[in-house]
Design a protein around this ligand. Structure first.
Ligand SMILES: NC(=O)c1ccc[n+]([C@@H]2O[C@H](COP(=O)([O-])OP(=O)(O)OC[C@H]3O[C@@H](n4cnc5c(N)ncnc54)[C@H](OP(=O)(O)O)[C@@H]3O)[C@@H](O)[C@H]2O)c1
Length: 243
């Protein structure tokens, strides 16, 4: 897919990885819908940077813990731009909850944002893409494939996102492709101490954390790869091959 003039919605693009993906799509000529929830200032920055580089972008707010808001977001974007070609589901949460402390509310929130919202944005995107076609890229997590003791609901939700990717790829073919990227340690959660970062570097075969561009390049590859659907590409510096 040539991105010039295409309409791309990136959820969670007011900060960090989502912002990097939105900026890259804008730099390649896509008209970018910059979604945010709490990061209004960050979304404004994303929009301003795309426009300053000569691109087109608009901000859209939605709380994706609300499934109806997730679908409605996509329809607002498609109404505003007149089309939708690319959806990147990057918004997500990663809350630490050791097993004894997991509450039903924490479980439900992980699934609402990490799985249910990508389903309903994709459902609405498929309705708007129709036979014209399009591409959906989900940002999963290495946690889908590993067992992290403090993050069981998170890991299960991301494994479900990988399953969602396969299921939607089958259901939405042949016009719409659906794929995913599963990052390893790229941008660490706010507040993680130096020792945690050093441990991750030391235990990663390629001996470095990932850079946002490592994820961006894989998203662009999946958007461009017309014969890939249903796949999840792990981008983790080799952490997943240690076992
Ligand atoms: N960073 C990494 O190294 C890494 C590793 C593996 C997987 N991932 C995955 O990559 C994606 C982006 O990661 P990140 O680290 O850049 O994200 P992040 O800094 O943790 O930020 C979370 C993003 O999700 C959005 N979000 C959270 N709750 C929301 C809600 N209720 N409604 C709407 N949006 C909501 C946030 O939007 P607002 O700030 O506007 O509220 C923000 O853009 C996530 O899916 C994450 O699981 C990241």
């Amino acid at each position: 897919m040539d991105l010039a003039g295409r309409v791309a919605l990136v959820t969670g693009s007011g900060r960090r990885l989502g912002q990097a993906i939105a900026l890259a799509l804008g730099a390649r000529g896509a008209r970018v819908a910059v979604h945010y929830n709490a990061s209004a200032g960050g979304a404004t920055e994303t929009v301003d940077r795309i426009r300053a580089a000569g691109g087109t972008a608009e901000p859209f707010v939605a709380d994706l813990s609300d499934a109806e808001a997730a679908g409605a977001l996509v329809h607002r974007v498609a109404d505003a731009f007149g089309a939708l070609d690319v959806l990147v589901n990057s918004a997500g949460i990663m809350e630490r909850h050791p097993v004894p402390t997991v509450t039903p509310a924490a479980w439900d929130l992980a699934f609402a944002i990490n799985v249910r919202a990508p389903f309903f944005t994709s459902q609405a995107a498929a309705a708007r893409m129709g036979a014209r076609g399009g591409v959906i890229v989900n940002i999963a997590d290495l946690a889908a494939f590993e067992a992290w003791t403090g993050y069981v609901p998170h890991g299960v939700s991301k494994a479900a996102l990988v399953a969602l990717t396969r299921g939607l790829a089958h259901a939405l073919a042949p016009h719409i492709r659906v794929a995913a990227v599963a990052p390893g340690a790229v941008l660490l959660p706010d507040g993680w101490a130096g020792a945690q970062s050093e441990h991750l570097v030391a235990t990663t075969p390629l001996k470095r954390l990932g850079a946002p561009d490592d994820i961006v390049q894989t998203v662009l590859f999946l958007i461009a790869s017309d014969y890939i659907t249903g796949e999840t590409i792990i981008v983790d510096g080799g952490r997943n091959v240690r076992r």
